[in-house]
Design a protein around this ligand. Structure first.
Ligand code: FMN
Length: 168
C-alpha cells in the first residue's frame, strides 16, 4: 500500500543512469504480470540509447521529460482486444517496481504508434500500446486530486452506499 500510495507520474528526471540490474528487475516485474488466458502476448523493448529515446520523444506529444530510459510495450495487432489490457497490468507492475527502486516513471499513451514501431524496428503486424518513461526523479509532483472511494465504489449493488467507504 505504501508503494501504491506514494507512486507518482514523474515528468522531470535527473541525469543519473539506471543500472542494467534495475532495468532487468523492472522488466521482470512486467513479465510476471497477469494476462488473459496467461497468453502473455506482450513484448517489452527497453531503451537506454539516448538517441533512440530522443527519436521516440520527438514523435510523442505526451512525452514531456528528458528520460534516462523508456520501455515500449506492445503486442501483435491480432491480439489487440485482450492484449491491450494485459499490457496495462504489466505497465503498473513496472511503475511500482521502479518506484520501489527509487526510479520514477510515467505511462505515456500519446505517441505516434507507427513512428515508434519504425524507430524500434518492430514488425508491421506489431503495435506499441504504451511507452513508459523512466529515470531518477528530479521533481516529484504533489499528489493529484483522486476521487473519494465513496464516489467510485459501492456495496453489492451499483449505487448502494457503503458507509465504511466514507472514512477511507
Ligand atoms: C493510460 C494512461 C496514459 C497516460 N498517458 C500520459 C501521457 O501521454 N503523458 C503524460 O504525461 N502522462 C500520461 N499519463 C499519466 C497520467 O497523467 C497520471 O497517471 C495521472 O495524472 C495521475 O497522476 P499519478 O500517476 O501521479 O497518480 C497516463 C496515464 C495512463 C494510465
Amino acid at each position: 500500500m505504501e508503494a501504491i500510495r506514494t507512486r507518482r507520474s514523474i515528468r522531470s528526471f535527473k541525469n543519473d543512469e539506471i543500472s542494467d540490474e534495475d532495468a532487468v528487475k523492472m522488466l521482470e516485474a512486467a513479465r510476471l504480470a497477469p494476462s488473459a488466458g496467461n497468453k502473455q502476448p506482450w513484448t517489452f523493448i527497453y531503451i537506454k540509447d539516448p538517441q533512440v529515446i530522443r527519436m521516440i520523444k520527438n514523435c510523442s506529444p505526451g512525452f514531456y521529460a528528458d528520460a534516462t530510459a523508456a520501455i515500449v510495450m506492445g503486442i501483435k495487432k491480432e491480439d489487440e482486444k485482450r492484449g491491450t489490457l494485459d499490457v496495462c497490468f504489466a505497465a503498473e507492475n513496472i511503475l511500482l517496481a521502479a518506484h520501489a527502486l527509487g526510479i520514477g516513471g510515467c505511462p505515456i499513451v500519446s505517441f505516434n504508434s507507427d513512428a515508434v514501431r519504425e524507430i524500434i524496428n518492430a514488425p508491421k503486424d506489431w503495435q506499441a500500446i504504451l511507452v513508459v518513461s523512466l529515470g531518477y526523479p528530479d521533481k516529484v509532483p504533489s499528489p493529484p486530486l483522486k476521487k473519494k472511494l465513496s464516489d467510485i465504489a459501492y456495496l453489492d449493488f451499483f449505487g448502494r452506499k457503503w458507509e465504511r467507504l466514507d472514512v477511507a
